[in-house]
Ligand binder design. Structure first.
Ligand code: BTN
Length: 247
């Protein structure tokens, strides 16, 4: 596993975007101790205190996945990170908030941003991962954040943590390579759904600007969230179309 380490980058995903990704080996990892313009989901910034947390991107070539099953990679990554959080955080309650945020004890500990290149098949994925490790204070922009140190009271050495996390991702990636094509009885699909936050619970959402009460029922093969509203409407939506009222 090749880890390319930087003191500072604007964004590890941005750095990978400038590489000739076709010739980069799977699991090549770009790790920055601090990012000055970390990218998050929905065009947001990813704020992370320098040298306290992990901010890195892993380059993968999931060529074994047909383009229509690209969301399987998102699920495998979310499982790989959540497996590792469960091990490191003394079996605290760990959940996946759709699409791929990792929550521990109801607070966000990790965000994932996958940037894909897809033709007829999957070509490359730059998998950007930010995990809160030793940060203990979070600003107004992250009111519901937590870190491993807040969960366990321990202080962590970052390189060892990164290596173990990459090992956990590799196990799930190998499982994905074996089973990712299976539409039925797919273990990654099943475990992802078991860990999904709010599944089957009625809650409020803002959907296309309208407040609705609805229950999450599943995720489509395209990765769209599926909900049923209180008045029986079935909805499928992308990340930009819905806001969770509960953090
Ligand atoms: C989210 O908004 O939840 C996704 C956050 C992803 C942050 C990581 S940190 C490393 C990588 N480089 C970036 O610029 N973003 C991702």
């Amino acid at each position: 596993m090749k880890i390319i380490e930087f003191e500072e980058l604007e964004s590890t995903n941005g750095y990978c975007g400038g590489l000739d990704l076709g010739s980069v080996e799977d699991f090549t990892t770009v790790w920055a101790h601090r990012q000055t313009a970390g990218r998050g989901q929905r065009g947001n910034r990813w704020e992370s205190e320098g040298a306290k947390n992990l901010t890195f991107s892993v380059v993968l070539h999931p060529v074994f996945l047909p383009a229509r099953r690209q969301y399987e990679l998102t699920k495998a990554l979310a499982l790989g990170v959540s497996d590792w959080v469960m091990d490191e955080a003394d079996s605290k309650r760990v959940e996946i908030k759709w699409p791929n945020d990792i929550y521990a004890e109801g607070k966000k500990i990790c965000g994932i941003l996958v940037e894909n290149k897809i033709g007829e098949r999957y070509e490359t994925a730059v998998c950007g991962i930010g995990v809160n490790i030793n940060q203990t204070e979070f600003g107004e922009g992250a009111p519901n954040a937590t870190s491993l140190q807040l969960l366990t009271g321990r202080e962590y050495e970052l390189r060892g943590m990164l290596e173990r996390l990459l090992e956990s991702l590799r196990k799930r990636y190998e499982q994905l390579a074996k089973t990712g094509h299976q539409a039925e009885g797919n273990p990654i699909d099943e475990e992802y759904m078991k860990r999904m936050m709010y599944l089957g619970e009625e809650s409020k959402y803002v959907y296309r600007g309208e407040t609705i009460s609805a229950t999450i029922t599943g995720v489509s093969q395209w990765g769209h969230l599926q909900l049923t509203t209180n008045d029986g409407r079935k909805i499928e939506c992308e990340i930009k179309e819905i806001v969770f009222s509960r953090q």
